[in-house]
Design a protein around this ligand. Sequence first.
Ligand code: AMP
Length: 610
Amino acid sequence: MGKIVGIDLGTTNSCIAVVEASSTAGKPEVRVIPNADGARTTPSVIGFSSTGERLVGQVAKRQATTSPATTVFAVKRLMGRKRSDPEVEKHASSVPYSVVEHSNGDAWVHVQGRDISPPQIAAMVLSALKQVADSFLGEPINEAIITVPAYFDDAQRQATKDAGKIAGLTVKRILNEPTAAALAYGLDRKEHEVIAVYDLGGGTFDISILELSGGVFSVRATGGDTHLGGEDFDVRLVDKLADEFRKQNAVDLRKDRVALQRLREAAEKAKHELSSSLETQINIPFVATGPSGPLHLERDLRRSELEILTRDLIDKTLQCCKQVLTDAKLSPKQIDQVVLVGGMTRMPAVHKAVKALFERDPNKGVDPDEVVAVGAAIQAAALSGHIDEVLLLDVTPLSIGVETGGGVFTRLIERNTTVPTEKSEIFTTSVDNQPFVPIHVLQGEREMSSDNRSLARFELTGLPPAPRGVPKIQVTFRVDSNGILSVQATDLGTGRSQSVSVSPTSGLSEAEIEQIVREADQFGKADALRKELAELRNQAETLVYTTEQALEGYADLVGEERSNDVRAALQALKALLEGDSDLATIRDAYTTLETATFELAEAIYGGESS
Ligand code: AMP
């Protein structure tokens, strides 16, 4: 079986890892695969340049200041979400790119005159990681395990799976991030332990309580907030700085995309610096222009100021922790280890708050940026048989149920139920001779359906005429080990069995995914062509330079006729390089000049030796 990689598709950064046989015989080793820049994590940022080129990672992040509207980041916050979702609205108003409503109500990104779905953008990050893995491992990688926050609902998981598919990866499993972290942490541990995984990343917060015992990882409870992360900390700081600036200069920096992006970057940088020092300086020269010339933003910032600004965000995470402890029926004292995941856990105030809640120092043995990808790689190796099987018992993060009379939400599968799981319920008709039963599937914790997330609607049709209450329709809900739901309905009355496959009320259809894959393929070919052209131009420029040098030094050693031939070929190639000729035309002119220079060299050396 081929290698399966583990991918942490993060809001801010992504990471890819694989388990490989150790060079020094023995234990398999988990390796984080560095990207082309040598970095072990890659920013989950995509830049669309004016020439149509697609930039991924650090280069895309760098262009964010100059081209904020065409640089897309934190797309994980839009995965599987409706545009009307208040959290999406909040996100849309805080980012410089535009978030639009697709025809099915989903949140899409609008860039360079075209609407792009979040899974497509996520797929661009995944493709870049796949390419890095292909060349690192020397074989094409086609299968992956991708992690998601435990709190992701069905639509968000489906969207993540779609992203994998678009990137040409078969997603063998969608794994919960905290479970992955526990796997990385617990690989060498044999004893029984209860651990809490506190994961505060760029865009999401997750808290899970797991029990590790003899290679079995079972999730006791999980909770979190898919719209709470480092970005919110940055926004707090950005707002404070922008408000102050407006008061002093009567200019709102948030209205200028470039200024806003510079402010965001400065705020995030200051946040990082305040994790290791008590004070830092924010300095953004020429950030705006006022009536009397350019304006600069300069300010000292103390750690305590950042802590006051963001205290309620940290408190919100603690509330989630308390809820999860209640769900798991455990007190903080019964937790043996606390594992910190995500870049935000480097903030001292976060560390302190977690320590105070659990009354113990969090474990420092795992790297918060890589631990999730490492865990995913371990699970991948177990699936492909490269290491011993580890048994994962994940849970459903949210209750799943149906809408019943009066818009009430009736739970069928309670949250924190171990997956895979299956539950059946009998439904019937509410009026005489009703030919069909409408079924509305939802996910959430609120009592009324309208307050929960709609996953799918379908109708079981073709019921024979019967008085109300008589037909018996058995509806079976199945949640697979990826946390993805499927629903089946059977008409028990007639003995006829009908399967109903649910197509989610949001997300991409199979046909749309196929179309995107085709486009991505074309894009890939265009990218390859563009790269080949850039390399050829580079080679040609070198040849032009060396030929000019040769002519200057040795033209008198060969006849005028020969040197004129070389000059003509040289001029032809130079002219092409100044325009935007295609690959074949440049290649022809290159070959002509190359042949002419070879003859020149032969004449020079031939002349010398005779
Ligand atoms: P992740 O999604 O796990 O990569 O987390 C990224 C988040 O962690 C971003 O919001 C970063 O700004 C934040 N972060 C990374 N390093 C630090 C640091 N040293 N101090 C505070 N926040 C950090």
